[in-house]
Design a protein around this ligand. Sequence first.
Ligand code: ATP
Length: 366
Amino acid sequence: KRKVAFLMSGGDSCGMNASIRAIVRVAIAKGCDAYAVYEGYQGLVTGNELIKKMEWNDVAGILSTGGTAIGTARCKEFRERSGRLKACYNLVSLGIDSLIVNGGDGSLTGADIFRSEWNGLLQELVDSGKITADLAKRHQHLSIVGMVGSIDNDMVGTEMTIGANTSLHRIVEAIDSISSTASSHQRAFIIEVMGRHCGWLALMASLATGADWLFIPEAPPAETWEEDMCDVLKKHRQLGKRKVIIVVSEGALDRNNQPIKCEKIKDVLSKKLNYDTRVTTLGHVQRGGFPTAFDRILATLQGSKAVEEVLSSSENKPSPLIAYNENKITCVPLMEAVQMTLAVAKAVEAKDFKRAFELRDPDFRA
Ligand code: ATP
């Protein structure tokens, strides 16, 4: 019987539970045993009660809940070979040779390193007498399948990551709530949203709420942004708009690579326009709550695909990343997607936006 383990790693996102449920139930339906690894890579390193065989009913009732029912964590030990050696031992002792990792680029890089070292780790365990040569032989290949749970939607190779749609809804709900009070009092609100180096959440939230002005990392404003922004806001007010909504992505920078701070924007509005201005940082509400139908469906279909990929994996096949492109669940090469994601972040940092957009849309995606 094939034994498939899975873990959630890095920041949590809504829909991770739907992926857990799908992996467990599809694995069972296909005649496999499914093992949940609790607390991300820490569970793999610690083993024992942190790696638990899951039954059908263990995942009942989690489809509609946010966060992750098996925890997620960052684990220093797994970054070291000694930690990965313990992880290898824990998996092999349970007869597990497949691992589905749902996380960000760091988690997926860790998974790839684990796979590339696998034979060396097995040999070390044999040499130190921890496992028999026969057991090592039966576990010669470690299948790795990646999934991306991230609210930022910043992974190259997939149009949507699990949780991004829900976070966008949370942000839009919050801006709608702010909008009504902003209109009543004729106030300006500056709203900081998450996204790290990626402006996707801020850009989409601005479109969905009709924001007046937007700051994202991928498009630093002109040197004259203070005057430009004030001119636009004045025009909007002259046309009868009572509220002002400005959305700021947390990673937004100006042309001199300085962070664009909400307080600075507030000063500009207060001093130049005399607007009654408030700053709202949405923070972790963006990560919580119930997942949208889209994220539940995406995570369910991707979880199911991840199990299928485990079952069709082979030693010579590169590890796949389960993606979503052109309304279909697809697979892209895991490490190429991770490397391109890091390259995009570097291009944005270097203000080479043309290159960043090219890299964002690689040939391998379709
Ligand atoms: P998020 O996008 O939410 O930050 P992430 O997966 O990029 O997710 P990281 O903190 O980079 O988050 O990585 C999560 C965990 O993955 C780390 O704590 C570590 O256990 C493992 N990991 C990350 N990078 C490596 C690496 N180079 N080698 C081994 N393990 C790694």
